[in-house]
Design a protein around this ligand. Sequence first.
Ligand SMILES: [Zn+2]
Length: 161
Amino acid sequence: MARYWWQCLSCGERPSWPAVCRSRSVAAFIWDELAPSGWDQRLLLRKCQCNRRSLRITYRFRGSDPERLSVKHIVGLTPHDGYLPMLWETFRHSAPSRRWVDFKYQRGRSPWGLTKRLVLERRELARLLRAYERATGAAVAPGGAKRTITGFWRRSAKTSL
Ligand SMILES: [Zn+2]
């Protein structure tokens, strides 16, 4: 079972869950604070005792793996019968500019599904991507493939003039 903690990306401090928020675990934090806030992404970046706003939820890629990841965004759907599908955007500490997208779920305050495979109905995936866009102000895949190709040709045309 993966463990999740708050870690300051400036000074390395690892304060306890209750020192940062009102919850004692990641699943409780998501269920009791993040989801009810309407997925307010500011709750994922907290102030450290070093005075910098650089505390993020952090975990290991795999249990025994030394590689650490921190959470940039967590967005989910409105829970249905306690079932909460989510999209996590993360980065590895070794390459912070590369972003990873991880689909996870939890049932109520149980973290069990956080390490399990998430299977979504296609329309739920569309809803999840729209929820991400609303919460972060950016699309997961901006423009889509078609527009990217058009943009590429437009740029190529400009440079050839
Ligand atoms: Zn700090």
